[in-house]
Design a protein around this ligand. Structure first.
Ligand SMILES: *Cc1c(COP(=O)(O)O)cnc(C)c1O
Length: 236
């Protein structure tokens, strides 16, 4: 069985070769290790391998991990990204513990995060989740709703709007993967005329990383390929 360290090295070499193929530098794409459902020990192994950015989907579990590592010697190097659906009664926990939120699709949630962000912390980095495949069942706003939500959130004092995120419909061929990611990158480009600070595109997972990077991804979110399959038996 391969170790977490070996898996991270493998994923980083995939990122590097994907960036080389499209003429980007390897450091223009950040690896977000998605550690949801995985124990503290697994995160420790990843940190020992030089991985410092982690993604979590469940508030309570994520907060426990943030708090655990808050006293560690790497604490200031670590960044914690909330990437799951958000209920309004959980915003305070997120505002108090995370550095990034990728999954914003409502002004109401963003407003609560801004109000609840502690004054001693830097502004919370925000990505808007866009539903690039227009599936009714998925979270995320449509392209048509994007500009109005971006304008509203960019004006909130304790947030900084950094970019967009998507979880496209699964596609096995490169061209359809690329088309979905390119649409998100184009939307970001259009928004940059009004919001020039936008610099982050969270797109690409294990199966579609190469297309995402060719389309301009700056954060790829990888879980299983680093930590192995997840066990959801203790989640409701
Ligand atoms: C779980 C999750 C991932 C990672 O998925 P893997 O298939 O394990 O790599 C990435 N992004 C989001 C939003 C997720 O919820």
């Amino acid at each position: 069985m391969s170790s977490i360290k070996q898996n991270i090295e493998q994923v980083i070499s995939q990122i590097t070769s994907a960036t080389e193929k499209c003429g980007r530098t390897a450091d223009s794409v950040q690896l977000l290790a998605v550690s949801k459902t995985k124990p503290i020990t697994a995160i420790k192994e990843a940190i020992a391998a030089g991985q410092f950015a982690f993604g979590e989907n469940y508030v309570q579990e994520g907060v426990e991990k943030v708090q655990h590592f808050a006293a560690s010697k790497q604490a200031t190097q670590l960044s914690w990204h909330f990437i799951g659906p958000i209920q309004s009664n959980k915003t305070r926990q997120i505002a108090e513990h995370f550095d990034w939120v990728h999954s914003i699709d409502r002004a109401k949630i963003a407003r609560r995060l801004s109000e609840q962000r502690p004054a001693e912390l830097p502004p919370l980095n925000i990505l808007l989740q866009v539903n690039t495949s227009a599936e009714a069942s998925k979270s995320g706003i449509t392209f048509n709703e994007l500009e109005a939500l971006a304008d509203e959130i960019a004006a909130m004092p304790n947030l900084v709007l950094r970019g967009l995120m998507s979880i496209p419909q699964k596609a096995d061929d490169y061209d359809s993967q690329y088309a979905a990611f390119k649409a998100l990158a184009d939307a970001q480009h259009a928004l940059q005329s009004k919001h020039p600070q936008l610099d982050t595109l969270s797109m690409g997972m294990s199966g579609d990383m190469e297309a995402a990077i060719a389309a301009g991804s700056t954060i790829v979110r990888i879980g299983t390929a680093i930590f192995g399959a997840r066990d959801y038996s203790n989640k409701q």
